[in-house]
Design a protein around this ligand. Structure first.
Ligand code: XMP
Length: 325
C-alpha cells in the first residue's frame, strides 16, 4: 500500500543500496523538491551527502540564512554555502533581454556549481564524488520529454543541474522521479521537514532576476527584497498566503512622483502579483481583499523610501504569464 511512511522507508533503503559508501552531491535550492531529496539522503547516507547552496544574490530576504538554519543547524546536513552574488550580478550587468538574462543565470549557476563540485570532490578525503542528486519530479520528466525547445526545458535546466562539464561525470540519483508534487509534500512531512518549507509557494530558478524588469542591479534587488518581505508578512498574517498559489512583488525600473510630508519624492514603482492556480499553466489573479492590498501598499511606501507607488497586477494567464519576464 502507498503511504508516505512506507514510501519514505522504501526510498531510504533503495538509496542505501544504490549509493553504498560513495559520496553524493546535491544542489539545494531551499524549494520543496530539493529539500525533500536532502532529507531522504540525509536519512539514508548521513555524512556521505554534501549539499551545495548557491546564493546568487537574487534570493528573497534572509532566504540563505533560513536554508542554512533548517538544514545545517537543525538537521545536521553538510551544506556548503557559496556566496556568488558578485559573480551573478557581474555576469548580468548591462543585459535587459529576459531570455538572455535567464540564459546568463542558468550558465553562471552551472559554472558556480561545477566549481564547488570540484572542490567538494577534492576535499572528501580522496573519496571521489560519484553521484549527483536532483529533485526531479514526475511533471519535470513529462515536460522535458514533451519539449526540448520550449520553456519547460529551460525550466528544467535551471532547476535541475543539467549541462555539467564532461570532467564532472556523475551518476544521477533522482528519488522523486515518479512522484507528483502533493506526494512529494506528504513525503516531506513524514521526513519531518518544517511545514513552512513544505507549503512554500514556488520560486523560479532565476529568482528575483525575472522579477526585476530589464537590467538587474543590486540596488533594485535590495528594494525588491524589502517590498516582497512586507507582502509575504501581510499575506501570512491575513491567512491569504495559503489561499494563493503564488504571490510576489515585482520591481519596475520606472520612477513616479510622490509626496512625503512637505517634500516631493521621485522614486520606484513596485507591482504586487498574486495568483490562484492548480497547475500553473493557467492562472487567475487572486481576488485579494482591498483592505489587505491597502495595508501592504501603505507599508511598502512608508517603510521603503525608494518606493513611491504600488500597483496590483490584475492580469490572468493566459494571455499574461505569472512572472513578468
Ligand atoms: P509563467 O511565468 O511561465 O510561470 O506563467 C509558471 C510557473 O513557472 C515558474 N517559472 C520558472 N521556474 N525557472 C523556474 O524554475 C524559470 O525560468 C521559470 N520561469 C517561470 C513561475 O514562477 C511559475 O510558478
Amino acid at each position: 500500500e502507498w503511504t508516505p511512511d512506507n514510501i519514505a522507508d522504501m526510498r531510504i533503503a533503495q538509496l542505501k543500496e544504490q549509493i553504498g559508501d560513495k559520496q553524493v552531491l546535491l544542489g539545494l535550492s531551499g524549494g520543496v523538491d530539493s529539500s525533500v531529496v536532502a532529507a531522504l539522503l540525509h536519512k539514508a547516507i548521513g555524512d556521505q551527502l554534501t549539499c551545495v547552496f548557491v546564493d546568487n544574490g537574487l534570493l528573497r530576504l534572509h532566504e540563505g540564512d533560513q536554508v542554512m538554519q533548517v538544514f545545517a543547524e537543525n538537521m545536521g546536513v553538510k551544506v556548503v554555502r557559496v556566496d556568488a552574488e558578485e559573480r551573478f550580478l557581474t555576469a548580468l550587468a548591462g543585459e535587459s533581454d529576459p531570455e538572455k538574462k535567464r540564459k546568463i543565470i542558468g550558465k553562471t549557476f552551472i559554472d558556480v556549481f561545477a566549481d564547488s563540485a570540484r572542490q567538494v570532490s577534492e576535499q572528501s578525503d580522496g573519496k571521489v564524488v560519484e553521484f549527483l542528486a536532483q529533485g526531479t519530479i514526475y511533471p519535470d520528466v513529462i515536460e522535458s520529454a514533451k519539449s526540448h525547445q520550449g520553456k519547460a526545458h529551460v525550466i528544467k535546466s535551471h532547476h535541475n543541474v543539467g549541462g555539467l562539464p564532461d570532467d564532472l561525470a556523475f551518476e544521477l540519483v533522482e528519488p522523486l522521479r515518479d512522484l507528483f508534487k502533493d506526494e512529494v509534500r506528504k513525503l516531506g512531512s513524514t521526513l519531518g521537514l518544517p511545514e513552512k518549507m513544505i507549503y512554500r509557494h514556488p520560486f523560479p530558478g532565476p529568482g528575483l532576476g525575472v522579477r526585476i524588469l530589464g537590467e538587474v542591479k543590486k540596488e533594485y534587488a535590495d528594494v525588491l527584497r524589502l517590498a516582497d518581505a512586507i507582502f509575504m508578512q501581510e499575506l501570512e498574517r491575513s491567512g491569504w498566503y495559503d489561499k494563493t498559489a503564488q504571490a510576489f512583488a515585482v520591481f519596475q525600473p520606472i520612477k513616479s512622483v510622490g509626496v512625503v510630508g512637505d517634500g516631493r519624492r521621485y522614486a520606484w514603482v513596485i507591482a504586487l502579483r498574486a495568483v490562484e492556480t492548480v497547475d500553473f499553466m493557467t492562472a487567475r489573479f487572486a481576488h485579494l481583499p482591498y483592505d489587505l492590498i491597502e495595508t501592504v501598499s501603505n507599508r511598502i511606501m512608508n517603510e521603503i523610501a525608494e518606493v513611491s507607488r504600488v500597483t496590483y497586477d490584475v492580469s490572468s494567464k493566459p494571455p499574461a504569464t505569472i512572472e513578468w519576464e
